[in-house]
Design a protein around this ligand. Sequence first.
Ligand SMILES: [Zn+2]
Length: 153
Amino acid sequence: MLDGPPSFPSPTTLFSRAVRLRCPVCGGHPIILNWFTVCPSCPVCGFRLDRHEPGYWLGSYTINLFATEGAFAAFFVGGMALFWPAVPWLGLTIGGLVTVVATPILLFPFTKTLYLAIDLAFRPPEPPDLATPIERGLVAPRTPTGAAGGNRR
Ligand SMILES: [Zn+2]
């Protein structure tokens, strides 16, 4: 949890942090446990990443769907324009299939953090959003001197 009232970052900062897969609120990381799993809350500031809303990530799926459709359209129309009039239809079909399978996988964590940044730009966090206990074990414990210690072995 943050001490005192948090200074809220600008939309540019929110998006900059999101594309680097960091917490849009504080810039802390890691907020991605693996490529397909986002932490329940930020390990640095405690911000609840799903904002306590069931189905919250539906917005990120929508962004992912639009990005995939855009990538497919760019690939297919670009390929047609490049090879017209002798368009290699089989190659475009196979390439299009690879595009629609690979794009959502490659963009998956980025669409989650970008959706979070969009949501935060319009709906800044309320104090209850930051009241989530910090998940210990994801952050190196602090030593009495204040320097980050670690569980290095
Ligand atoms: Zn944070």
